[in-house]
Design a protein around this ligand. Structure first.
Ligand code: 1GP
Length: 251
């Protein structure tokens, strides 16, 4: 059933915040991955994002299989290229890198993958992918050969999101990049939030529950964390609790 986009949209409409955990298939062996999955189940994570801008191993399929055998939490592909498609996932972030000016990541990769995705049962999530500078060059900015939006230029991020929404993109993903030195500022999140109605995914460099909370208060609908959990597995429970508290206070 294709309902992940609707889940994002109805959560947004109801002011319900959600939590996505990014699994980089390169970074986990089976037992660490299994531990992480159990941790996610215990803490009621809403989505798994699986992927990354560069994948060197051949384990993405195994990671998805592992998730699928242990939970029913939806698996959303977070591809770095048209090579990162796996039919056993539930959905794919069909990312157009709208902060960049590299046509390959704006539309080229999409043309190559469209006929394959069309025949698949993957739910397509048309997403404006907006990279924000985080203090040091990230893998994604290098690999995509694009310049991220400067950290302190919220108006550029806002106009980029507006244009993406006008082009019909259904989700916006503000990303400082995995392993970012600093998370995206509240000011920028707020600016983007005020400029578009679509659900707003925010990630990159979030290392504490407080940072996650700030992003949510500023208007993020979905928080993505990868590295922070690898460094501190307890972060998962802390962030999940913050989100829960926020959602309960809302109801
Ligand atoms: C990266 O937003 C994700 O695309 C998560 O980043 O690994 O820094 O949490 P981190």
């Amino acid at each position: 059933t294709k309902n992940i986009l609707n889940q994002f949209i109805s959560n947004r409409a109801n002011g319900i915040k959600s939590f996505a955990v990014l699994i980089d298939p390169d970074k986990t062996d089976t037992s660490t991955c299994l531990q992480l999955i159990r941790n996610c189940v215990e803490n009621k994570v809403d989505f798994f994002f699986v992927g990354g801008s560069l994948i060197t191993g051949n384990t993405m399929g195994q990671v998805i299989k592992l998730i699928k055998t242990h939970t029913s939490i939806p698996v959303v592909l977070f591809p770095g290229s048209n090579l990162h498609i796996d039919m056993s996932a539930d959905a794919i972030l069909f990312l157009s890198l709208i902060s960049g000016r590299n046509p390959d990541f704006l539309i080229g990769q999409h043309v190559i993958s469209a006929p394959i995705l069309k025949k698949s049962s993957l739910e397509i999530l048309p997403t404006g992918y907006i990279l924000i500078d985080s203090g040091k060059q990230t893998t994604v900015s290098y690999m995509s050969n694009t310049t991220p939006i400067p950290y302190d230029k919220p108006e550029i991020a806002a106009c980029t999101a507006m244009a993406g929404e006008m082009l019909g993109l259904k989700l916006m993903y503000l990303d400082a990049g995995s392993g970012a030195q600093r998370a995206i500022s509240s000011k920028m999140i707020l600016n983007v939030r005020k400029s578009v109605d679509v659900p707003l995914i925010v990630g990159g460099g979030i290392r504490s529950a407080n940072e996650a909370h700030e992003a949510i208060v500023a208007g993020a609908d979905t928080i993505v964390i990868g590295n922070g959990i690898e460094i501190n597995p307890g972060l998962l429970a802390e962030v999940s609790e913050k989100i829960d508290d926020f959602n309960k206070a809302k109801i």
